[in-house]
Design a protein around this ligand. Structure first.
Ligand code: PMP
Length: 359
C-alpha cells in the first residue's frame, strides 16, 4: 500500500502534515482566538425555540438568502456589493484559489501570516510566495512586497488585517500601494474586525481587484462555521461557480441569522474582550523577560527569553492553560507565544502561571 500511496498522492501533499489541533479537554483554552463567553440563558432558550422550525430532512437554502439579508443588515455591507457565504472563511480562501488556479500561477502573502493561505495555495496546485514582514515590528516591507509582486505576478494576494499571528494592522497607504500594484485579486482578510476600528469595507469599489473577507468566528460564533466575502458582483459571480451546493448547513443558517438579530449581545462581548486585551497587555508588561507586540486583535504575541518558549508552553499546560507555541513556525517567530485574550479570570490565571513558570 505504501508504494501505491507514494506513487498516487501528489508529492506536495505527501510532504505536508495534516492541520493539527491539540486536544484541550480540561484546559483553559487560550490557543485559538475564540470568544470565551457563552450565550446568556434567555438567548439560549430563544435560539433553541427557533431550531424547532428547522427541517433536517431538507437541504438548506442554497444561497442562504435569509442569512445574507441578516448579514447585510448587521454588518454594514455596502448595498452595491456582492456577498458570498462560506463554511468558515477557510472555505472562502479555498474557493478563491480554486477559481484562479493554474499551473505556474502564484499566491502571495506575508510571513509570518495565516497558514491556511499557504496550504490552500498548495492544495490548488499553485506556488506560494511568502514575503517576510519587518523583523522589528512586523510591519509590511513595502519595497520587498512591490518587488515580489512585480517578479511573481501573483493571481491572489491575501493580507490579514489585523494580521495573525502578529496582531498588528498594516499601514493603510502601504496596503493601497499593494492593491494598485497587484495584477490579480487582493483579499483583505478582516477576521479580527470586531477588535479594531479600521476596515477596508468602505473602500470596496475604489479598485476593481479588492475583496474583503470576514468571519463570524471571532465575534463568538466559531462553532457555526460561517465566513463571508464581499466585493464587486462580477467577481463573486465567478467565485460562486466553484462553491459546492449547500456549503452552509441549515443549522448554521438559522443559528447565525438568529445571532445576528441579537448582535448587541456579541458586540458587548467583543467590546469587553477589547477592554480585557488592554488589561492583559498591562499585566504581561509587568513580567520580566517578556517582549510584547501591540495588538488590534483578540490575542497578544509575546517573545520569551531565548530558548525558553517550549518550557514556558509546557509549564502553562501543566497548570491547565493551553496557548499557542509559535517557536519554530517561522524564523521571525523564534521564542514567540500567542496568547488569546480570554475572560478576566482566564487571563488572570494565565498571567499568574506565566509569572510562576518564568520566575
Ligand atoms: N483568517 C484569519 C486571519 C484567521 O486568523 C482565521 C482563523 N484563525 C481565519 C481566517 C479562519 O476563520 P474561520 O473560522 O472563519 O474559518
Amino acid at each position: 500500500m505504501k508504494s501505491r500511496i507514494e506513487s498516487l498522492v501528489r508529492p506536495e501533499i505527501l510532504a505536508l502534515r495534516a492541520y493539527h489541533v491539540p486536544p484541550a479537554a480540561g484546559l483553559i483554552k487560550l490557543d485559538a482566538m475564540e470568544n470565551p463567553y457563552g450565550w446568556p440563558e434567555s438567548l439560549l432558550s430563544e435560539w433553541l425555540e427557533t431550531l424547532r422550525g428547522v427541517e433536517p430532512n431538507r437541504y438548506p437554502d442554497p444561497q442562504g438568502e435569509a442569512l445574507q439579508a441578516a448579514l447585510r443588515k448587521a454588518m454594514g455591507i455596502p448595498s452595491d456589493m456582492g456577498l458570498l457565504l462560506g463554511n468558515g472563511s477557510d472555505e472562502l480562501i479555498q474557493m478563491l484559489a480554486l477559481t484562479v488556479a493554474q499551473p505556474g500561477r502564484k499566491v502571495l502573502s506575508v510571513e509570518p501570516g495565516f497558514v491556511i493561505y499557504r496550504m490552500v495555495g498548495l492544495f490548488s496546485g499553485m506556488e506560494y510566495v511568502g514575503v517576510p514582514l519587518q523583523a522589528e515590528d512586523f510591519s509590511l516591507d513595502l519595497p520587498a512586497m512591490l518587488e515580489a509582486i512585480e517578479r511573481e505576478q501573483p493571481a491572489l494576494v491575501y493580507l490579514a488585517y489585523p494580521n495573525n499571528p502578529t496582531g498588528n494592522r498594516f499601514d493603510v497607504d502601504d496596503m493601497v500601494r499593494i492593491i494598485e500594484a497587484a495584477p490579480g485579486l487582493v483579499i483583505v482578510d478582516e477576521a479580527y474586525a470586531p477588535f479594531t476600528d479600521y476596515s477596508f469595507m468602505g473602500l470596496l469599489g475604489d479598485w476593481d481587484n479588492l475583496l474583503v473577507m470576514r468571519t463570524v468566528s471571532k465575534m463568538g460564533l466559531a462553532g457555526l462555521r460561517l465566513g463571508y466575502l464581499v466585493g464587486p458582483t462580477p467577481w463573486l459571480a465567478e467565485i460562486d461557480k466553484v462553491r459546492l451546493p449547500y456549503n452552509v448547513n441549515v443549522l448554521t443558517q438559522v443559528s447565525a441569522t438568529f445571532a445576528l438579530e441579537h448582535k448587541d449581545v456579541f458586540d458587548a462581548q467583543t467590546q469587553s474582550i477589547r477592554t480585557e486585551r488592554g488589561h492583559l497587555f498591562e499585566a504581561l508588561g509587568g513580567i520580566e523577560g517578556l517582549q510584547l507586540y501591540p495588538s488590534e486583535a483578540n490575542f497578544i504575541l509575546v517573545r520569551t527569553p531565548a530558548g525558553r518558549a517550549g518550557a514556558i508552553f509546557d509549564g502553562l499546560k501543566e497548570r491547565k492553560i493551553l496557548i499557542k507555541n509559535l517557536d519554530g513556525a517561522h524564523p521571525l517567530l523564534a521564542d514567540c507565544l500567542r496568547l488569546t485574550v480570554g475572560s478576566p479570570e482566564e487571563n488572570a490565571a494565565m498571567v499568574e502561571a506565566l509569572k510562576a513558570v518564568m520566575a
